[in-house]
Design a protein around this ligand. Sequence first.
Ligand code: FDA
Length: 304
Amino acid sequence: MLRSTLLYLSEKKGLQDFILRSKLARGMSRRFVAGETLDDAIEVTRDLNARGMDVTLDNLGEAVEREDQAAQATDDYIEILKRIDKEDGIEASISIKPTQLGLAIDPDLALANLRRLGDAALEYGNFVRIDMESTDYTQSTLDVFHALFKENKNLGTVIQSYLRRSEEDVRKLASVGAPVRLCKGAYKEPQDLAFQKKQEVDDSYVKLLEILMDSDSPLAIATHDHVMIDAGKRLIEKYPNRKAPVEFQMLYGIRRDLQARLVEQGHKMRVYVPYGSDWYPYFMRRMAERPANLFFVLRASVGK
Ligand code: FDA
């Protein structure tokens, strides 16, 4: 119930404006968001790199409504790639929301912007992960991804195990060796499109994990769930001759203990580091995943 309410509120513009102006809320967001500037994100990246973790940077923002905004978001991401290239010893790739690059306006616009961004990733020897958003965009995201992956292998995408369609999508991605990040899914979706029970989502996750592990797709196991992580570790042992890389991924500020343990155990770990002024919807999705966070971050902020 609280989850649905928080997900509903994550889409409310009026509340967003109010919360973004609140000093207390900004303080709370720092638990999950690196800061508002690229300098903040680079500082957090250095710290994580020093602890043996790679990073993927997300310049927070959701659907844009105008072409110039999508072009600006693309330029901003190209600047991030340049900055990563320029900084000494920084290990970071980028994650983008396709609606930030114009997918909600016109898939061809998103495709053109992503092509430009992908070219920059090639130039700087970096990698672009195309995040997966709500089911309004699943098909168009995959269409754009498959079209571009034919010309540029420095791109990857995301599959959500809560979607009923995901097995088919995974098989298609695996058949071309496309890099896949597997996550459970963070949006509110109807029952005909998405599993609603945790057990069903988890069973689907393990099934998709095995399909991907038995393929040439570079794989990112994105979860904080120790049961999914254990399944991932078992499958890594089951496929010792797998050639494509496998890494674990977690979100900044969540289960830092598990992140450190995986590194200690010799696994590759990448932390998803969001930053930027447009942090409200991201922050609310993290609250919805674990409503106890609301009390946790509130207590931490008030106690400062
Ligand atoms: P689950 O929700 O079952 O949680 C398992 C345990 O993890 C909890 O018991 C708790 O201990 C801990 N935990 C989980 N969430 C927490 C939180 N917010 N705060 C504190 N503890 C928490 N989604 C999407 O739709 N599209 C995308 O592109 C991505 N990308 C992405 C990248 C990366 C690197 C990660 C880790 C996740 C995503 N996600 C995502 C989000 C994902 O779909 C999912 O909503 C969250 O990861 C929570 O699911 P878990 O797998 O962690 O399991």
